[in-house]
Structure formats: structure tokens, C-alpha cells
Design a protein around this ligand. Sequence first.
Ligand code: PEP
Ligand code: MG
Length: 316
Amino acid sequence: RKAREEEQRSLPAETRDGHRVEVAANVNRPDQVAAAIASGAEGVGLMRTEFLFLERDDSPDEAEQLATYQGMLQALEGRPLIVRTLDIGGDKQVPYLNLPHEENPFLGMRGARLLLRRRDLLEPQLRALYRAARGGQPLSIMFPMITSLKEITRLKGLCEGIRRELDAPVVPIGIMVEVPAAATLADKLAEHVDFFSIGTNDLTQYALAIDRQHPELAAEADSLHPAVLRLIHQTVQGAALHGRWVGVCGGIAGDPFGAALLTGLGVNELSMSPRDVASVKARLRGSDFAKLAALAQQALDCDSAEEVRALQSLLS
Ligand code: PEP
Ligand code: MG
């Protein structure tokens, strides 16, 4: 039975009518990669690099970061790795960086906004990433909390400068779509990036104006709210105009029904906690893409998250 389970896990997430979705894992440390692969993950779709900076007294230098990225690539044995640059601020604080106090940290200096102002943080990270890329394994760079084309242009300019200096290969550069502005501008932004990964945790928080950690309201911040689904739909359509792929790396990607709806909306990759990989793959393998696409259209027309969730009864 165990052998059969393992065989099932290693099968691709392909629907009965032959539509394939990439299933990746959210993994932050090299020592967690093997377990993610054993669970059926086809790569790492989100490495949150905050974890390199937390619970210590100073920033990891370029050499230390390089060792970690190389460790990830080595453990992945040729499978793809997407590294997200530091997303400090918001719910993640790092005392030794001495960042100014924020009245409203989720609407303040976080993600790309901070990186563009703190080159001392961004540049060693990019240098470590490009040095890791010289090993020839598939590595992509992803920037968090993007709201405008200007941020993308500036970040890409810095990447290109470092890449040349290090004589490193070109690597795909993508952005997190986790602010409604990025989702609604997806058709414009897609021209300038290689891929999108939708961060539904933040996208939901910002679309519904509910703090994702609010003790009373957070439960209502449902990523299957039709307003969020419409933003995802818009992102997929914008990406398609330029032939870019779209992933989802927020929590809803690991929910089997959520994964089914996202697939129906045309999302190409789902990245989730390793513990969710097997059930998501099983859900998709048991589905017809044509049905999921029709279901997704129905979901876009719902009035509430409850109504969207009720559609679950239509899936056999
Ligand atoms: C998200 O916002 O959905 C996401 C994946 O990023 P994080 O949870 O790290 O903010
Ligand atoms: Mg986020």
C-alpha cells in the first residue's frame, strides 16, 4: 500500500482530459526539500527568504546566503527553485534592521518598497542569487509587494547590473501579485516580467481590507471571495496576452477545492505547503478541466465566498 501511495504522489497533476498543472512546494530551508519532493512536489514555487534573517542578531552576508541557495538547488536535483527576495515589514519584523516604526505596517514600507530603499539588503541577496545561478540549475528570482511598473524597471535594472558584473546567466524574473493594483495592471506588467505568482494571502487582505491577522475578522478574509477570484482572473488574462505563466503561492493553492477553481481559472502552477501536495494532486487528477473551467466561470459570477464554496457540491 505504501508503494502505491508513493507512486500516486509522483504522478503529475493532470486532469482526466489531459490538462497539466505544476505542483510545487513552499519551502524555506534546504533540509526541508527532500520531504517536499517525497510528498510529490515538482519543485519549490516559493522560498520565503525572510527565514534567513529571522531569529538572529545580524543579516546573513552574501556568502552565507549563497550557501543556502546552493543547498536548495542541490537538494532539488534539477527541479526548479523560485526564490523570493526579502519581504520584511508587514507581519514580519526584524529588530536588528532598525526599521522606523510604522503606524500601519501592512500599508507601509515592506517588500519591494523596502528593498529599493535598502540596497544594503537587496544587493548582497541578488549577488548571492546570481552566483548560485552560475551553477546552471533552474533558479528564478521573484520580487514581493509589487505595485507599479516603475518598481519592476528599477529592480530589473539592478539585477542586470549585478548579473553582468558576475558574468552570470540570465534568470527568469517574476513578481508576486499580491496587491490589487498589480492584478488590475497585469496586462501591462506582464510585458516586463517572465512570470507572476499570486500571493492570495495578501491579495485577499488588500482586496477585502481585512488585516490577515485580525483576531475577529481574519476568518472572513476568504481567498475564494468573488472579488479576489476576479482579480486572479484578471491576472491570468493579463499574463496570457504576453504568453507568461501564472502561479498561486498563497494558502488557497493548498486547498483541494481552491486548487480546482484556480486550475479552472487557468492558473499554471500551484505552490503550497508540502503536506497539501498529495491531496491537491489527487483532486486535480480526478477532475475534468472542462468542468473546472465552467465551474470557475460560475464562481466569478457569485455574490459571496459562501456561494462560491457551495459550488463544491457540484464537483464529484
Ligand atoms: C501571500 O501573500 O499569499 C504570500 C504567499 O506571501 P506571504 O504569505 O509570505 O506574505
Ligand atoms: Mg505576501
